[in-house]
Design a protein around this ligand. Structure first.
Ligand code: IPM
Ligand code: MN
Length: 355
């Protein structure tokens, strides 16, 4: 099969983790006889520095003509502490999501048996936890009207959702639940927010049309608590943009490290695969960052963008083997730790040697 990929390494540790994922992608292409072509694009602070725009038109065109996008990370501390900066790296990510119509961000939360002891939760709570968070990605407060008034002394961000946006994400939630354990938890704040009341109203309309799925409603504050108290009670969770951002960071740490969780952003145009963690600038260039979340994002790319399930599975098996054998970076190492590039080499080597 022809695999035509856009690679957007971005900022901080982005380039080094994407490089490790590409080692695995190359090994897979070789092993399964796929014809791989790829091209690099600029994004984030790197793109601001070079061309003054965090998501240049050239990068967008590259994404549009590719079959999948592998994305590293975005963000640079030089912008974080400057509230007056007019262009920010994060705007590049948001522009990419919006322009590619990536309305759903799929974030699977899974544990690795050999890492359970690193979870801040007790073993019996987290062992076997396995759920998917579907985060709405192109609406809500991230994209609503925002601004200042009263000479800059009042600021506002608006949380707007349309019926169409809510219906399409809930529909996807039901499709995921149908392929899994048939439970959908709709997370909102319908006791306070009008936008959440529309979410709940629409979910209540759709629930009877999906009688094979158990629809459950949960306020976001309660969900934040339940994720750490009973993570095994979730199967598929669907929620708006900002709630999903916050809850998935929380969910990621129960697995033992933020460096492990991949994501897929899917929607209208080319899908984007990226780790859920950020650009970890303190580690940039040091060859210490955990590449696993990005390598697992590449596994999701094979599965979601190309329907190549065996390829995805082999990458997952390679990652699981590396963790079991302790070929891991310092964030999850017990004794000896390995460099980012060594972990990448080992995982690609496992793929190459697999029968
Ligand atoms: C994420 C990130 C982004 C978000 C930032 C970098 C804009 O935290 O992908 O979760 O908030 O969506
Ligand atoms: Mn986030």
């Amino acid at each position: 099969m022809k695999l035509n990929i856009a690679i957007l390494p971005g900022d901080g540790i982005g380039p080094e983790i994407v490089e490790q994922a590409m080692k695995a992608v190359n090994a897979i292409a070789e092993k399964f006889g796929h014809e791989l072509t790829y091209e690099y694009g600029l994004t984030g602070a790197t793109a601001i520095d070079q061309v003054g725009d965090p998501y240049p038109a050239e990068t967008h065109n590259l994404c549009m003509k590719s079959d999948a996008v592998l994305f590293g990370a975005i963000g640079d501390p030089k912008f974080d502490n400057n509230p007056k900066a007019t262009v920010r790296p994060e705007q590049g990510l948001l522009a990419m999501r919006k322009q590619l119509g990536l309305y759903a961000n799929i974030r699977p939360v899974e544990t690795f048996e050999s890492l359970i002891h690193r979870s801040p939760l007790r073993r019996e709570l987290v062992e076997g936890a396995n759920f998917v968070c579907i985060r709405e990605l192109t609406g809500g407060i991230y994209f609503g009207e925002k601004g200042r008034k009263d000479n800059g002394n009042t600021a506002f961000d608006t949380n707007t959702y349309t019926r169409e946006e809510i219906e399409r994400i809930l529909k996807l939630g039901y499709e995921f639940a149908r392929k899994r354990n048939k439970k959908l938890t709709v997370v909102d704040k319908a006791n306070v927010l009008e936008s959440s009341r529309l979410w709940r109203e629409i979910a209540q309309e759709m629930a009877p049309q999906n009688p094979d799925i158990k629809t459950e409603y949960m306020f976001v504050d309660n969900a934040a608590m339940q994720i750490i108290q009973w993570p095994k009670n979730f199967d598929v969770m669907v929620t708006e943009n900002m709630f999903g951002d916050i809850l998935t960071d929380e969910a990621s740490v129960i697995t033992g490290s933020l460096g492990l969780l991949p994501s897929a952003s899917i929607g209208i145009h080319t899908s984007v695969f990226e780790p859920i963690h950020g650009s970890y600038p303190q580690a940039a260039g040091k060859d210490i960052a955990n590449p696993v979340a990005t390598i697992l994002s590449a596994a999701m790319m094979f599965e979601y963008a190309f329907g190549l399930m065996d390829e995805g599975k082999l990458i997952r098996d390679a990652v699981a083997a590396s963790i079991t054998k302790g070929i891991v970076t310092e964030d999850i190492a017990e004794g000896k730790s390995f460099k980012t590039s060594e972990v990448g080499d080992w995982i690609a080597g496992y793929v190459a040697k697999a029968k």
